[in-house]
Design a protein around this ligand. Sequence first.
Ligand code: ADP
Ligand code: MG
Length: 274
Amino acid sequence: TLDLPEGINGKVLELKDISMHFGGLKAIDELEVEVLAGTVHGIIGPNGSGKSTTVNILSGVYMPTDGKMLWKGKNITKYAPHSIAQEGITRTFQNLQLFEDMSVLQNVMVGFHRHFKTGFLKNLLYLGQVSNEEQYYAQKAYDLLRIVGLEKRAHEKASDLPYGEQRLVEIARGLALKPALLILDEPAAGASPKEIEKIMDVIRRLKKAGLSIILVEHHMDIVMNICDYITVLDFGKKICEGNPETIQNDPRVIDAYLGGEEVNQLVAGTKSIS
Ligand code: ADP
Ligand code: MG
């Protein structure tokens, strides 16, 4: 049911010379990124290297100080968040954004709110009447929960789910917008190893369904396992890019991350950075 992205020479997204300065701080500095259709593109880097700032630019939350952002060749640099979403770019947040008192299903239904004709949230929360429209979207939300493997938990309170599963609920909600590009900001944060496995499975499934995915992570092992291509940031600058093998063996990446013994464990995947 997911739309296939139509890329321009395979490129769906291009960041050209993007900078984001906060006063004197160069959170992002002359960043060049190209995301190819149907790939999982990792953005990694130490804490404070500019990953979330990049996501905020991509989703229209921040207007870059400089540079251009092209979506399938079209300049979307100055688009507001809702226009970016309409173009088919959807993001999740590093900090969970679920409604804790609502059910898992209702949380996913929120993703369809743009499509509702009348007072969706009001209906859902207060009146308790089930309209045909609501039933229709409840079914669609249920289908999305099946994609992330949470259909059995549809009627549980969102906050009763373990952290990793809450992240999957957020991904399911993002899918309601029928994205061509899904941007995940540290989807494994707070998840247990078993939950991380599930999240990685879902990402693989979405890629198979034709989505392009930007995966922002600092867990090196996850990125190495799942990404087709990786951009590495340090202090707001791209310090290297390439496939996982290239990245794994690049001394600049090792330098940017810590140095010494810990790095070997990181690259081997036996330790993750917190
Ligand atoms: P990461 O996600 O890689 O940990 P961020 O993109 O969150 O890094 O932050 C990059 C740098 O930009 C940090 O130094 C952070 O303090 C700064 N920064 C991010 N957002 C803002 C903002 N709205 N105002 C000022 N500084 C910011
Ligand atoms: Mg971040």
